[in-house]
Design a protein around this ligand. Structure first.
Ligand SMILES: Cc1cc2nc3c(=O)[nH]c(=O)nc-3n(C[C@H](O)[C@H](O)[C@H](O)COP(=O)(O)O)c2cc1C
Ligand code: SF4
Length: 453
């Protein structure tokens, strides 16, 4: 590990020199034409290899419908020209919402979601001549559920490190196998509704230590969903199969899953039993293989727990959110970790495309690293998270001009994360400041300075 340093590169050569000095596995190429190539996803095709990652705005209506602000975000994403828009977290059940403004698709608001998918297709086609693929991320927030004003955690096992963070005492109940059995049907119903609403597919979200992600790490849970790998992966694999039966072959089933929790065994997934800091990818790679066998069409890796320590494992940054720690590693090492995870998953599942992430910290050099990764078989799509909030037109600029404009880039300041922690509606405070700087200030004023969830 090398000392933490903020981004300060003035040229691609300076970035390359630092990568060399750190001996980080981050490839770079100046030929970025590969990013304009289309990608087959299941029975469908994305018009290029750039993806918008799921980025929750926490701005839905109280009934779960997209609001005008949600529509604005997706219109900007669609106009930006990415081939794949991986829509944000959308709850499958009221009690699984991460906040009262999280999207929640149900029979009563199908028409509003249909408006959202129509808007994306129309604006994508009008501006770029091509329609993006549009997925919806299905989720249950488990430990981090806050459907109304206060947290209402639903845990699959007790965790001595995480329980105190959300006020869970020893006698707090663990959700039952019966609840989990019934929940599978909710994923199926939500996927069927998503298809009716015009989405191209759904993601069975299994990352960031929400319910399904915690299940993968449920080593100490009793019963059929805890203990060995077969039990811990039962829910996810079963949902993938059931959704496939319900939606047919012409609908994408994806999964974004944590390959490394950076959380100690027996409470973490993808970690060595010796140290939480050492990834052990044997189970995550086996899981990727099993998901491919179960009929998944698309995968994306993520890592870490954004509500706990080490947020750089999920998103490399210059500045942490309030009360966040400065990492004991260089952000390029954090980027390299995520790239390695994507590459290993892509190599394991071969023909199933994998969407990479963790590129936003690289600013205007993002396309040079993304293209090199794709060229070496390390991913099928280059995913933009915070960069899409800051610079939604980045995909068009990359494909049309061969470059991104420095002045429009995300600066990895974590202010969009901070708004979420302060329970506000989020977007880029720096590059979309007219709307989001007041939201940030409001949160700053109203929060008590504590890192909430
Ligand atoms: C404000 C915010 C909202 C996010 N919402 C989601 C989400 O709904 N689902 C998800 O899987 N990841 C979510 N993420 C994680 C991003 O998709 C992405 O993995 C992460 O930011 C790293 O990619 P980047 O470096 O391009 O930002 C969110 C991240 C941020 C900062
Ligand atoms: S607020 Fe904007 S610049 Fe800061 S991390 Fe979020 S997207 Fe990037």
């Amino acid at each position: 590990m090398t000392a933490f340093e903020k981004f300060g590169f003035q040229s691609l050569d300076e970035l390359k020199n630092k990568i060399k000095e750190l001996n980080a596995d981050i490839p770079v190429t100046e030929d970025i034409s590969v990013l304009s190539e289309s990608v087959a996803v299941g029975k469908k095709t994305a018009p290029n290899s750039l993806a918008i990652l799921p980025m929750e705005g926490c701005d839905g209506e109280l009934d779960g419908s997209p609001s005008q602000l949600t529509m604005r975000r997706y219109r900007r994403f669609a106009e930006g020209g990415a081939g794949l828009i991986w829509g944000e977290a959308c709850a499958v059940a009221v009690e699984g919402r991460a906040n009262p403004h999280q999207l929640f698709l149900h029979k009563g608001n199908l028409a509003q979601f249909r408006d959202l998918t129509d808007l994306c297709r129309e604006h994508g086609e009008q501006r770029n001549g091509k329609k993006p693929l549009f997925l919806l991320q299905l989720t249950h927030s488990g430990r981090y559920a806050r459907p109304f004003d206060n947290g209402a955690p639903m845990i699959v096992q007790h965790d001595p490190l995480l329980d105190p963070k959300v006020g869970i005492t020893e006698d707090y109940p663990v959700i039952t196998d019966e609840y989990l059995d019934a929940l599978q049907e909710k994923y199926v119903q939500s996927a069927v509704l998503a298809k009716e609403a015009g989405f191209d597919g759904v993601d069975i979200k299994t990352c960031h230590r929400y319910l399904l992600s915690e299940l993968l790490a449920a080593h100490v849970r009793k019963g059929k969903y805890g203990g060995d790998f077969e039990n811990r992966s039962r829910f996810l694999l079963s949902v993938i199969k059931k959704v496939r039966e319900a939606v047919g072959e012409d609908f994408i089933i994806a999964s974004r899953f944590n390959v490394f929790d950076a959380h100690p065994y027996p409470y973490g997934f993808g970690v060595s039993r010796e140290a939480e800091w050492i990834p052990d990818l044997r189970e995550p790679l086996l899981l990727a293989k099993k998901m491919a066998e179960a009929g998944v069409d698309l995968l994306s890796n993520s890592a870490g727990n954004p509500y706990y320590r080490f947020p750089q494992v999920t998103r490399p940054f210059d500045q942490p959110a309030v009360n966040g720690e400065i990492p004991e590693e260089h952000p390029l090492e954090s980027v390299a970790r995520l790239l390695e995870f994507t590459k290993k998953i892509q190599e394991t599942v071969g023909g199933v495309p994998v969407v990479g992430n963790g590129y936003s910290w690289l600013r205007e050099y993002l396309p040079f690293v993304g293209a090199a990764n794709k060229l070496r078989g390390g991913c099928a799509f280059v995913g933009l998270g915070r960069q899409a909030f800051a610079y939604p037109d980045a995909p068009r600029d990359i494909m049309d001009n061969g470059s991104m404009e420095k002045r429009k880039c995300c600066i990895a300041c974590s202010k969009c994360t901070q708004i979420m922690r302060d329970h506000g509606m989020t977007g880029c405070v720096v590059r979309d400041s007219e709307i989001y700087a007041p939201m940030y200030q409001k949160g700053e004023k109203e929060s008590d300075g504590k890192l909430r969830y």
